[in-house]
Every structure is written in structure tokens, then in C-alpha cells.
Design a protein around this ligand. Structure first.
Ligand code: FAD
Length: 231
């Protein structure tokens, strides 16, 4: 019996995060910049959104590497996996189709397609043939070749604040597929709880810089962070 779920069902949890990220960055900055107490309006124990924005736009962003967050993600698709793993400046561990029997994993698909007969049939067919191949002695890593991109993956993802800023800039953009944008929405809400001042500098160029950087590929829309939904 196949299990089918939607992108919205993806679970994203924070496993751990640097406890006082603002304090860590502030400490790092006092090694490199003038005493922060001399910077007008800067809080004593952390860094403001304004200063964080300055650091990333002026490319003094290596100090952000001292703040790290680790996520556990369940129920994203293998096509999402192909995209997230392009982000090299992160630490990642995923489910294995080499060592694990994939028969129990769900299929992940757009909510409008869940009940489409052709899709249900294709999923059923691929999982049935996968199971038969394994029963016939074909190794899992070869039988997997007939599984679809929709198969779910579990993923441990650890990323520092410098890399996460870069990731969210690229991936909150409307040019991304909907599954990736749903993932970013979930990450964004968790980051907002972890480090509110930093969450305010996350977003695509149209939101952060006030203008799109995609040239002729622009979508012509503007990200609405107040609604907090990039769809
Ligand atoms: C909407 C969208 C569509 C995309 N479509 C495609 C596609 O069709 N095909 C495709 O292949 N990819 C595609 N990508 C992936 C994209 O090209 C990047 O590979 C991906 O976003 C990771 O970006 P990154 O390399 O900047 O990040 P990271 O790998 O995290 O690297 C961060 C930064 O480190 C530096 N860096 C890392 N490695 C190197 C290196 N080897 N040499 C020099 N500098 C380095 C760079 O400054 C880089 O920006 C797409 C991305 C987006 C957002």
C-alpha cells in the first residue's frame, strides 16, 4: 500500500542552535571592529538588525559563521534533495537508497495532484516493481533506479548563519519550485524564534534590496514578507 503526502506535510524541526547567537556575533565583532558600545544605538549584549544588514551588504559576513543551527527534515522529496545538496557550505546527511529498503517511504507531491489517478497508478507500479526486484535478489541500490523523484527523504542539515543568509536569498525567490519555497517558509518561522533580529535580514533580493537581480528572468512579483508566504 503506497503512502502519499504533500509538500505541506514536510516536517522541519530545530535540533539545536547556538544559544545566544547575537552575543556570539557581538563578541566576534569586538575583535575586528571598533568597540561596539561606540556605535550609536547598538544594544549592549547583542547585534541589531541594522548592523547585521550592514555586515552582509558590506561583505563583512564571516563573523556570522559563529552562529549555527541544525535542522531535522522529514518528508521532503528526492527532487528537493537534488536541490538542497547544491548548497555546499552546509553539513548534510540523508536517507540512503543504497542501505535502506525504500518500501516504507511515502511519496511526496503537490497537494493538487494527490488524488490524480495516473499519479497513484505510477507510484503503485514503481513501488510494486521495486519490491519484486528486491525479492528477486536485485540489490537495493540497483532496484532503486525505478523509484520516482517523489520518494521522501529524511535529512539532517546543519548550517551557519552566513550560509543560511545566502541560501534564503537564493531559495526564497519566486523562481524556485513550490516545494523549496514551502521548505523556506518553515525554516524562516523557526529562525524567527531562534534569532529574531537575524530573521529580518533573510529574504530574496526583491525584498532585502528592494529590487530583483534576475534581469530578463524576473518573475515581476514582489515577495511579501508580512504575509510570510512565498507562494
Ligand atoms: C531558482 C534556482 C534555479 C536553479 N537551477 C539550476 C539548474 O537548472 N541547474 C543547476 O545545476 N543548478 C541550478 N541551481 C543551483 C545554483 O546554480 C547553485 O548551485 C545553488 O543555488 C548553490 O549556490 P552556491 O554555489 O552559491 O552555494 P554554496 O555551494 O553553498 O556556496 C556558497 C558560496 O561559496 C562559494 N563557493 C562554493 N564552492 C565554490 C567553488 N567550488 N568555487 C568557487 N566558489 C565556491 C561561492 O561564493 C558560493 O556562492 C539553481 C538555483 C536556484 C536558486
Amino acid at each position: 500500500m503506497i503512502k502519499v503526502q504533500t509538500y505541506e506535510d514536510m516536517e522541519v524541526k530545530v535540533k539545536w542552535a547556538t544559544p545566544n547567537p547575537g552575543e556570539e556575533i557581538r563578541e566576534a565583532l569586538t575583535n575586528t571592529m571598533a568597540d561596539l558600545t561606540t556605535l550609536k544605538g547598538e544594544p549592549v549584549k547583542k547585534v541589531s538588525t541594522k548592523l547585521l544588514h550592514f555586515l552582509v551588504t558590506a561583505e563583512h559576513d564571516s563573523v556570522l559563521e559563529h552562529a549555527v543551527i541544525s535542522f531535522m527534515i522529514q518528508g521532503a522529496s528526492r527532487s528537493w534533495l537534488a536541490q538542497i545538496t547544491r548548497q555546499r557550505m552546509t553539513s548534510m546527511t540523508s536517507s540512503s537508497q543504497h542501505y535502506q529498503d525504500y518500501g516504507d517511504y511515502p511519496f511526496v507531491i503537490h497537494k493538487n495532484l494527490v488524488n490524480k489517478e495516473q499519479i497513484q497508478k505510477a507510484f503503485n507500479d514503481s513501488l510494486l516493481r521495486y519490491t519484486i526486484l528486491i525479492q528477486q535478489g536485485v540489490p537495493k541500490e540497483e532496484a532503486r533506479q525505478i523509484l520516482t523523484n517523489a520518494m521522501a527523504v529524511n535529512f539532517k542539515w546543519t548550517i551557519n548563519a552566513r550560509s543560511l543568509y545566502h541560501f534564503m536569498r537564493l531559495r526564497m525567490c519566486f523562481r524556485n519550485v513550490i516545494e523549496m519555497r514551502i521548505f523556506c517558509d518553515k525554516v524562516f518561522l523557526l529562525v524567527q524564534k531562534w534569532w529574531p533580529e537575524y530573521a529580518k535580514i533573510l529574504g530574496p533580493p526583491c525584498y532585502i534590496d528592494g529590487k530583483c537581480n534576475q534581469g530578463f528572468m524576473t518573475c515581476g512579483r514582489k515577495y511579501d514578507k508580512e504575509k510570510n508566504i512565498s507562494r
